[in-house]
Design a protein around this ligand. Structure first.
Ligand SMILES: [Zn+2]
Length: 431
């Protein structure tokens, strides 16, 4: 395998507390050396002065739609979108058809993504069979088949006793449950955030308690069982407070922010476009501020995409009644985070990168997310000052349901390296 030298960049490796100007040498697919003035001999040399060299981004919440929904996405398109966004490892949610509730499905995801994909893909196992909320999956068998964590994302586990059982098992096998917090009896037929905008538009709202009561329940269950619970896509201010209070009590609760929530609110819903329809719904300006505060004070330690592709036809259906909830975000996540959190001065660059690399890796126990010597050479080169306008039609995803379309962002991945192989350079896919 070729040697690659990334020369003269700002190396940011938050997991190892490194932030310095240095060269990075990649050899045989591993990080071989980091230092000043490395003599690389026969290596391919890339001058990355003015750029940031960081561990490849890790997304612990995305939907790749295979098996079952190839018209929305597949491993080929999904991993190419990831590479363009600077992601090198994706943890794929199990709400496929069939659901990843059986070792055969996990093995299929691993094998097919390896064959067709250009970044690493690891499967989530479901929490309940068929995500029906009635019977638990065979957790140990799924771990042996390669599942790295468990989630019924898309569906809440409404049965509290079953959720408690799942947490007890997860603790015993040292795995994390990532939970979609929603009480459907409160959501009802709600479509967007319940508030002034929903009333003005005459559209049924989803009260914030739909999310927050389940966040509270799951934190209580985590406290009692001593298990780790990870709250997916935190959407409202009250949930941020609950996670913060939980952490203060010493409960093993973590939370993630989806970048779209950092620059999109209920105000954007007024055009009634499917590319803004999401669960939990985009909240108020105050909810958005709370998410940013949560990222700043460490309450929310993970940033994930919740990349959820739907076809143009699906998203063009009647906004209120039929269009599905969910948005794509692999290609825009980094740009939104840099624009909203770093260029705005709220987070340092290393702190932001940590939430997309070593923090999610540590949470799920993945041996990824750093530039440690001997680690897999999963690397992203970022131009933090590159200003670009999002054009969803240039994307590698099969779907187009993105609220960032047309917006200007500052900061973008300009090179993605997976296992020592360059898969994306200046937006072009090389694999
Ligand atoms: Zn969800």
């Amino acid at each position: 395998m070729t040697k690659i030298l990334l020369k003269g960049g700002r190396v940011i490796d938050p997991g190892n507390e490194i932030d310095q100007l240095a060269d990075v040498l990649i050899e045989d697919g591993k990080i071989a050396q980091i230092g000043v003035g490395i003599d690389a001999g026969t290596a391919d040399i890339f001058n990355v002065a003015g750029k940031v060299v960081a561990p490849g981004l890790i997304d612990i919440h995305c939907h790749l739609r295979d098996p079952g929904f190839p018209e929305r996405e597949d491993f080929k398109s999904g991993t190419r979108a990831a590479a363009r966004g600077g992601f090198t490892t994706l943890i794929a949610m199990p709400n496929t058809n069939p659901v990843c509730d059986h070792p055969v499905v996990a093995e299929y995801v691993l094998a097919k993504s390896k064959r067709e994909g250009i970044v690493n893909v690891l499967p989530f196992g479901a929490i309940t069979k068929g995500q029906k909320g009635e019977e638990l999956v065979p957790f140990v068998d799924l771990v042996e088949a390669g599942c790295v964590a468990f989630s019924d994302d898309g569906q809440p586990v409404t049965n509290s006793g079953l959720m408690r059982q799942a947490l007890i098992i997860a603790k015993a096998i040292n795995k994390v449950l990532a939970v979609h917090c929603e009480d459907r009896t409160i959501t009802g037929e709600g479509v967007i955030n319940d508030g002034e905008i929903s009333r003005r538009l005459g559209i049924k709202g989803i009260p914030y308690t739909s999310e927050a009561v389940m966040v509270a329940r799951d934190i209580l269950l985590a406290e009692e069982t001593g298990s780790q619970v990870h709250i997916c896509h935190v959407g409202c201010a009250r949930s941020v407070e609950l996670v913060r209070e939980g952490k203060k009590r010493g409960i093993a609760v973590s939370g993630e922010v989806i970048p779209h929530y950092l620059n999109t609110t209920e105000e954007d819903m007024q055009t009634l476009e499917g590319r803004f329809k999401i669960k939990p719904p985009f909240g108020s300006k105050r909810d958005q501020e709370a998410l940013k505060e949560g990222l700043v004070d460490g309450t929310l330690e993970v940033i994930a995409t919740d990349h959820a592709p739907y076809t143009i036809t699906e998203k063009q259906r009647d906004f209120v009644k039929e269009a599905p909830f969910g948005l794509i975000g692999l290609e825009t996540a980094l740009g939104v985070v840099l624009t909203e959190m770093v260029h705005s001065g709220l987070l340092t660059l290393p702190a932001a990168i940590a939430k997309m690399t070593c923090n999610p890796a540590r949470l799920l126990g993945l041996n990824k997310g750093t530039l440690g010597i001997g680690q897999d050479a999963d690397v992203v080169v970022i131009d933090p000052d590159l200003e670009w306008q999002v054009d969803v039609n240039q994307g590698a995803s099969k779907s187009r349901n993105c609220p960032q379309h047309g917006r200007w962002l500052k900061g973008r991945a300009v090179m993605t390296i997976v296992g020592g192989r360059i898969v994306m350079q200046d937006g072009k896919l090389l694999a």
